[in-house]
Design a protein around this ligand. Structure first.
Ligand SMILES: *Cc1c(COP(=O)(O)O)cnc(C)c1O
Ligand SMILES: [Zn+2]
Length: 415
């Protein structure tokens, strides 16, 4: 792995070799989140835009040379990433913009963006010789880990709050993970998993704490640029809970800029639910990540419900360094966005994913995006993950007798 030089602590800048630390900077405990550092000269000599153009690999592993894995590492068989970027002209028209695309990460094997991180976690766990892999999750990270682990036969133990949506718990169970429903919040599950993994020597996939999760997630930024023929979009909207996805997007675009494959950065817009918006508050008040404290949170968008975002350092840097913004949207706006996106694009999102469109509406209202700016919405998870929330946004369909007359009468009720 001569293309990876090691880790750097986001808080103190201390550098470590890959074998020197496990997850976090020893000087800062569990908050000492690390960044993976690369040698871009080595990477640039191995991979080019031209080589990618003829790559037959239709998954995130087409960017293996940019990931912290050995060139000959065996990767899980499930096809993760290289998800479609659809032009969304009718969605653009709704908000008065010229060009909007949606990136549909709901088509990943376990139906969310989290597969990108979990695929990498499984490779790292196997390389470390781990017998068990574990994670805390609001639901999707664990579903992704359960599915990716099942694909290679690695035992997984997962910790989710007992309030997680049933479809996600069904995924965990069906994939054969050992599931423990924590009588507490996601934050409680997270702390518990840290203790349990240390005690039993399990490989820990916890978001942010495991520095490789950002690396898996950054592949979506590569894909967006490649799918747009390396013409960087102006603005990218990302739903934000822990902040790992937006931090990963930032890393991905920075990697490409360093390699000289793109010529500028897009603005990254982080969207949070009003009931879980600590990063919006920190952004508005100019707070440093280190000064944030846990707050009470509640939202219908379970995947972005986080009281003290674990990747707050990376998330704030992503938005501040790209000249973007953090925006809060209400649960009503989030739910309302689900059928709007579905009807304008054909993509059915879970609430957290729909927040990206709700954020776009807010941003246009506030004058943060202008008409000609090329805009991408990251749709991070499938609507089938939470059918109950989606059904709150539509009327119950009429029941008809099996006759033409009954159909004629019923059709008059659709205005
Ligand atoms: C996890 C998740 C997010 C937020 O990602 P963070 O890294 O926690 O900010 C957004 N949408 C969906 C569907 C998710 O599962
Ligand atoms: Zn440190």
């Amino acid at each position: 792995m001569d293309h990876v030089t090691g880790f750097r602590c986001l808080l103190c800048g201390a550098e470590y070799g890959l074998d020197e630390v496990d997850y976090v900077c020893p000087l800062h405990g569990d908050d000492g989140i690390l960044d993976v550092v690369y040698d871009y000269d080595v990477i640039g000599a191995r991979l080019s835009r031209e080589a990618l153009a003829v790559s037959p690999e239709r998954s995130m592993w087409r960017y293996k040379a940019l990931l912290p894995v050995a060139p000959d590492a065996v990767v899980p068989p499930l096809r993760v990433g290289w998800t479609p970027l659809y032009p969304a002209p009718r969605l653009a028209e709704k908000v008065g913009l010229e060009t909007v695309w949606v990136k549909d990460d709901g088509v990943n094997p376990t139906a969310s963006f989290k597969d990108r991180a979990s695929a990498l976690a499984v490779v790292k766990a196997q390389a470390a010789g781990a017998e068990v892999i574990t994670t805390a999750s609001t639901g999707n990270a664990a579903a992704a880990l359960a599915g990716l682990s099942a694909s290679v036969g690695l035992p997984a133990v997962i910790f989710v709050p007992k309030s997680a949506p049933p479809a996600k718990i069904a995924q965990h169970l069906i994939y054969g993970a050992r599931v423990l429903l924590v009588d507490g919040s996601y934050g409680d599950a997270f702390e518990l998993t840290l203790k349990v993994a240390r005690e039993f020597h399990w490989y820990n996939r916890n978001t942010a704490y495991n520095p490789f999760m950002t690396e898996g997630k950054k592949t979506a930024a590569y894909e967006i640029c490649e799918q747009l023929d390396w013409q960087v979009p102006d603005v990218v909207f990302v739903p934000v809970g822990d902040g790992c996805i937006i931090g990963g997007m930032h890393k991905g675009f920075k990697d490409l800029l360093t390699l000289g494959w793109i010529d500028r950065m897009p603005r990254l817009m982080g969207v949070q639910a009003e009931g879980s918006s600590p990063l919006v508050q920190a952004f508005d008040r100019g707070l440093a990540a280190e000064d944030m404290v846990p707050v009470a949170v509640h939202t219908v968008a379970d995947s972005i419900c986080a009281s003290l975002p674990r990747d707050r350092v990376k998330a704030l840097a992503a938005v501040r360094q790209t000249g973007g913004a953090f925006l809060a949207v209400s649960d009503a706006e989030i739910l309302g966005a689900i059928p709007i996106i579905a009807q304008a694009t054909g993509v059915f999102c879970e609430p957290a994913a729909a927040a990206s469109y709700a954020g776009l509406v807010r941003a246009v209202d506030k004058g943060l995006v202008s008409v000609g700016e090329r805009t991408v919405l990251l749709l991070t998870g499938s609507g089938l993950k939470d059918v109950g929330s989606a059904m709150r946004t539509v009327a119950a369909p009429p029941v008809v007798a099996p006759t033409l007359d009954a159909v004629r009468a019923a059709l008059r009720t659709f205005v």
